[in-house]
Design a protein around this ligand. Structure first.
Ligand code: ADP
Length: 294
């Protein structure tokens, strides 16, 4: 199984003519409430790809319907706790030109503690993977405990922050970053320098750098794999990275060939960018099969 210690956010999306100005009260032209958070998106992508996925997280007890949604996606939610703290949520203003402005509140995502980590890892098997992003609390403990249990550890430091730099990198087996995260984590600007940095300082791990429509590269001990992105008409790239990670890890954790897993993940994320939205843009595995057969 893949045990995902991940955020669950409720996205409150408001359609506005312009971003609200200081002191202004602005009427919104539309409102939608959507399930979001990188953690939830990645669990949905893992399940869509056919992986056995266990989501570890916290939401407010009034938002139990979101837990039901995850269960409907065939995600094991036995370690998804309902608490008194408000759920993580985002207040998102979207203008007609598609620009957005976001206020994010971590809420219950930031209440995961070391006991929760211990409990969730209690009945793991040696073939299990642990996955986490940078939107939940207790990351250091999560990485350390997973590593101590000899589980494979995948980390996606998104959204990137300075605090990531003090995490125990030696506990990570697979790092997955986009170009922005790769640059921030390495302190380098050009792709060549970024690659050199990871090859030098992250030789203990495999490193995947996703490059948007330029595809992806995977740095391994003895070689570097490169896979092109599929050419599609992109309309909304939200959750492209989450779709990629879910599909890659679903295949790779079943011992698929790394290059095949990268290609499948590129196909799934290419489909996702042709659609609006986050979780609802993640394709099911049959659709990815058909896309790859074309
Ligand atoms: P993130 O969403 O985290 O910023 P990327 O933008 O690097 O991540 O996208 C992740 C993957 O999604 C890429 O490696 C690529 O395979 C696919 N992808 C992203 N944008 C496009 C695009 N415009 N066309 C085709 N594939 C894309």
């Amino acid at each position: 199984a893949i045990i995902n210690f991940g955020s669950i956010n409720i996205d409150h999306v408001y359609q506005v003519d312009h971003f609200v100005a200081p002191g202004e009260t602005l009427a919104s032209k539309g409102y939608q409430q959507l399930l979001g958070g990188k953690g939830a998106n990645q669990s949905i992508a893992l399940a869509a790809a056919g992986a056995e996925v266990r989501h570890v997280g916290k939401i407010n007890q009034a938002d139990v319907s979101f837990k039901q949604t995850l269960i409907k996606h065939e995600i094991d939610c036995q370690y998804l706790q309902c608490t008194e703290t408000p759920s993580g949520h985002a207040i998102i203003q979207v203008t007609p030109s598609g620009e957005n402005a976001i206020v994010l509140f971590g809420g219950a995502n930031q209440e995961i503690n070391d006991k929760d980590v211990m409990r969730a890892l209690d009945k793991t098997k040696s073939a299990d993977w642990v996955l986490t992003q940078n939107e939940t609390s207790c990351l250091e403990e999560t990485l350390r405990q997973a590593h101590d249990k000899h589980l494979k550890v995948a980390f996606n430091p998104a959204p990137m922050s300075e605090s990531v730099k003090s995490l125990p990198f030696e506990c990570i087996d697979l790092l997955i970053v986009n170009e922005v995260e790769a640059a921030a984590l390495s302190g380098q600007q050009s792709l060549d320098d970024i690659v050199t940095h990871f090859k030098t300082h992250w030789s203990h791990a495999e490193v995947i750098i996703t490059l948007g429509k330029a595809g992806v590269m995977m740095l391994r001990k003895h070689d570097t794999l490169q896979v092109d992105a599929f050419v599609v008409d992109a309309v909304d790239t939200t959750a492209a990275g989450d779709t990629f990670i879910g599909y890659f890890l679903a295949a790779y954790s079943k011992h698929a060939d790394a290059k095949q897993a990268l290609k499948r993940a590129c196909a799934a994320s290419a489909i996702s960018v042709t659609r609006e939205g986050a979780a609802q843009s993640i394709p099911k595995r049959e659709e990815v099969d058909r896309f790859l057969a074309k």
